[in-house]
Design a protein around this ligand. Structure first.
Ligand code: LLP
Length: 428
């Protein structure tokens, strides 16, 4: 159920609040923004992103640590620029993401390259750009990277991504640390793979990497994974391979709907206690958070096109769809949906759906709303894995994006036109 909040900050969203019967982000009223730039419209709060970053920094105070924002969560240039200016590093999974980081003012030498399928072309471009480290996921990748680096007369810094076989207790599609997942190398083969990496001419072994999944809402799986990683660090040390850093990936969840993930500083207080207890308190730490830095900083404004009462269901048909907000269709994910200008009147239960020709095109099910055509709704927690996963399905242009900074609203991406979509296509 989704009753409108009539005053003050929305739960779990300190930068979004109701003010004089209007939804606001920081000091910007959202209704006029939607009227000016049209809908669907993504709107992000800079202060919210920086506050999320600050929580990690508090957790690492006094330690040698590098926060590498996972670009895949939201790769819009304006968002990357906020993190680059805040001195963040980046975690990329493609050359496209590296080019974006550099275009936004980010530094390649503070960027790490993750992913199971890096091509030789991507490796060579990343080496040329001066990437900080490759997180390698297989023996075959080690061989290729060594060859590419040697051909270029360079050495590539590598971490091996280890699969700790820990259940992250999240949606199966976003769980990555179990034996059956395609990610990383098996824990019991890691030592042998490190020895191979150590012997290859084009590689410098610098770290160990692990990422067990996304939208993790409990500390337990992280603590288990850390113990497993530290077991390997011990074993590597005993075989003469000394590491400079431990990269612990991303994955910390956010509050979508009464989720209660640990705060970043609290989680790291617990993890650092384990690291200290095992004698690795001096080791540099790297992390790759995505969702927890941007997820609750963003929302998507959408206009109600029609309401359609039905015998089984009432539908609230809006102008945003699964191509803009793919998470409900892909993972049955829950996003809160709130009115921008709440009305007083009887509430009805609606499925909030988009115009795309699929029954899977829903944004929220069984939501209690009082709405009419022309009303604006805000789909919350839409800063991560929405715009970066948006598509042109049904030949729909991708939305515009606004970055709010106090009383200023910056257009960081224009709405995509049909001409933009057809650019590069050719008739026979
Ligand atoms: N590092 C690696 C190697 C990753 O694969 C990921 C996410 C991250 C870091 C960042 O994880 P985060 O802190 O954002 O949880 N599209 C899905 C999420 C896919 C996550 C993929 N990997 C969703 O919308 O829930």
């Amino acid at each position: 159920m989704n009753a409108p909040v009539l005053a003050g900050p929305l739960p779990g969203q300190p930068f979004i609040h109701q003010h004089d019967g209007q939804l606001r982000m920081e000091k910007i009223d959202l209704a006029p923004l939607a009227r000016r730039y049209g809908t669907p419209l993504f709107v992000y709060s800079k202060a919210s992103m920086l506050a999320a970053l600050e929580a990690y920094r508090r957790g690492f105070a006094g330690r040698s640590a590098q926060i590498c924002y996972a670009v895949k969560a939201n790769s819009s240039l304006g968002v990357l620029q906020v993190f680059a200016q805040a001195g963040c590093g980046f975690d990329i999974v493609s050359i496209g993401e590296l080019e974006r980081v550099m275009a936004a003012g980010g530094r390649a030498d503070q960027t790490i390259f993750s992913g199971v399928g890096k091509t030789a072309l991507e490796m060579s471009r990343a080496l040329q750009a001066g990437i900080a480290c490759f997180n390698v996921e297989s023996q075959a990748e080690l061989h290729l990277l060594s060859a590419v680096a040697s051909d270029a007369g360079r050495r590539a810094a590598v971490s091996v991504r280890v699969n700790p076989d820990v259940d992250a207790r999240t949606h199966p599609y976003i769980s990555t640390g179990l034996k059956g997942n395609k990610f990383g190398v098996a824990h019991d083969q890691a030592l042998q793979i490190y020895q191979l990496a150590h012997s290859l001419p084009g590689l410098d072994v610098v770290g160990i990497d692990c990422h067990i999944g996304s939208q993790i809402t409990q500390a337990g799986p992280y603590l288990d994974a850390m113990e497993r990683v530290l077991d390997l660090v011990d074993a590597l040390k005993n075989s003469g391979i000394l590491l400079q850093h431990i990269d612990f990936g991303g994955g910390l969840g956010i509050n979508y709907n009464q989720d209660t993930p640990p705060a970043a500083d609290e989680l790291w207080r617990q993890l650092l206690a384990r690291i200290d207890a095992r004698g690795y308190g001096q080791c540099k730490l790297m992390i790759e958070p995505g969702r927890s830095l941007v997820g609750n900083a963003g929302l998507c404004l959408t206009e109600v096109v029609y309401t359609k009462p039905g015998s089984h269901k009432n539908f609230c048909i809006v102008d945003a769809a699964m191509n803009d907000l793919p998470r409900p269709a892909m993972y049955e994910a829950f996003h809160q949906i709130v009115p921008v200008t709440p009305r007083h009147g009887p509430m009805l239960t609606y499925d909030v759906v988009g115009p795309v020709c699929e029954s899977g095109d829903w944004l929220g099910r069984d939501r209690s709303l009082c709405v009419q055509s022309g009303d604006l709704l805000a789909v919350l927690s839409a800063g991560a894995y929405c715009m970066s996963m948006a598509s042109n399905y049904n030949s729909r242009g991708r939305p515009a994006e606004i970055l709010v900074d106090g009383a200023q609203a910056h257009l960081i991406r224009e709405r995509e036109t049909t001409a933009d979509q057809m650019r590069g296509e050719r008739l026979l």
